[in-house]
Design a protein around this ligand. Sequence first.
Ligand SMILES: *Cc1c(COP(=O)(O)O)cnc(C)c1O
Length: 371
Amino acid sequence: MTENSVFESPIVGRQLFGPGPCNPYPEAHLALSLPLLGHLDPAFIDVMDATSEMLRQVWGTQNQRTLPLSATGSAGMEAAFVNTVRPGDVVVVAVNGLFGERMVEVAGRHGAEVIPVEHEYGRPVDVERVVTAHPNPKIIAAVHAETSTGVVSDIQELGQNKGDALLLADCVTSIGGIEINLDAWGVDLAYAGSQKCLGVAPGLAPFTISDRAFERRVEKPANWYLDLNLLGGYATGSTGGQRTYHHTAPTGMVVSLKAGLERILAEGLESVYARHAAAGQTLQDGLEAMGLTLFAEEGARLAQLTTVNVPEGVDSSAVRNFLMSKYNLEIGAGTGAYASKIWRIGLMGHNATEANAHLLLAALKDALDHA
Ligand SMILES: *Cc1c(COP(=O)(O)O)cnc(C)c1O
């Protein structure tokens, strides 16, 4: 047990280069220390409206029903399924990593007839196999950026071939890191998380649903907290009248999310994406130059989350512990069967810089020299 105050190392100075959370943007961080607002304060309602509007910009959508849910990314997944799935509805899920597997689990709990389309880990989604898995599914679901494997999939191509199905995209690790254009791509439902490339602390799940999907929703979903009918009146003013109390919004977190989004839009989406791409490329080139091999298939690698194979004979957790104790720096292990086989290195949000890529390369080289 540490006897240090929370204002001392290791808490101060920790560098978060795992699969999320990352170190927040300074603006998002500072906003957490502002005086708190009440959840029905008109000033907070303005913050909520502005936040939803900025989320629309980052997501490339006009969806009126766009809001940050008061929970983490997984609640966005839960909300997507509980509001759309009736028992027996067919849901095709592209599974190419842990989060696709989680979608299978969640959709199944709501009574869906789930058709998982399994892929080898490290590979992007095979659109052809997914869209031909069933002639007329209610929902096709896929993960845009698979954080468990470091792979990006082509959501646009899925949208072009979805037929009458609703397309659901997990955008937790893609939002704020790589281009997303939900409306142009034909995505009907999407959710995200605050703590990855948006560069805000964990605790909010941006969520959006098209009119088309909203018309096909479950009228009275089996989950009160995530019921979009109730949330709609509260967060988006869709009732046209007074905001009503549904739950106490985490107002401090929403203010922080707004500050993070302001920062991203002030920098400009194109340059934010270019910064992530350059940082990831520098890291991946450097890892290969050190003789390490990357896990994700070439051509489908995420810049914001790099997966690297642990070399033969190297103890993966010893390396991670070394990085933490000597450099106060966190990287991630793999998940499931890959727990000790790969490392997952995030350069997300504020952390997505070439300088951080060089720091990681130097620290990892030191760790491997001592392994
Ligand atoms: C992190 C993550 C989630 C889950 O989000 P939590 O905030 O941990 O609940 C879902 N999908 C993907 C792709 C993620 O990276």
